[in-house]
Design a protein. Structure first.
Length: 145
């Protein structure tokens, strides 16, 4: 199963984030810039983490921010933000986070399929390190496609 679409407008390299909320909001803005989600989707992603904890930190250095399908999601898509300085999310084993993926999916079934596809990419533990080292949007596209 393929990854959700990744528009180069949804890739930000070396972002400066003050904390995890800021990092997630930057990722949400990347989705909005690519026309994938409305601006309010970023706040939904933050709210999910506030409510359920740092479950989105799925591997050392990697967070998969997302919220439920809803009217803030315009179409399926993925965003990728690498951070100049990693930030803690409060995960006991996988902090700090260097890379925030933002996932926006229009349907619950598509959401599960997309999470599975992303998990397959990151079964290769070098993928996170490759994203951390990425210096261009083309690097990110190469790693994820």
């Amino acid at each position: 199963m393929p990854l959700p679409p990744l528009d180069e407008r949804a890739i930000i390299i070396g972002a400066e984030a003050t904390d995890w909320r800021d990092a997630v909001r930057i990722a949400g803005r990347a989705l909005a810039d690519a026309g994938v989600a409305r601006a309010g989707y970023a706040d939904e992603m933050v709210r999910m983490i506030e409510e359920y904890g740092p479950y989105v930190v799925i591997a050392p250095g990697l967070a998969l921010a997302h919220a439920r399908p809803g009217n803030a999601v315009l179409k399926d898509g993925l965003g990728v933000v690498t951070l100049a300085t990693p930030v803690p999310f409060g995960h006991p084993h996988n902090d700090p986070v260097h890379v925030v993926l933002a996932l926006a999916i229009t349907s619950p079934a598509g959401h599960l399929e997309s999470v599975a596809a992303i998990a397959n990419v990151f079964n290769d533990t070098s993928a996170v390190q490759d994203l951390i080292a990425a210096r261009s949007k083309d690097d990110v596209l190469r790693i994820l496609q």
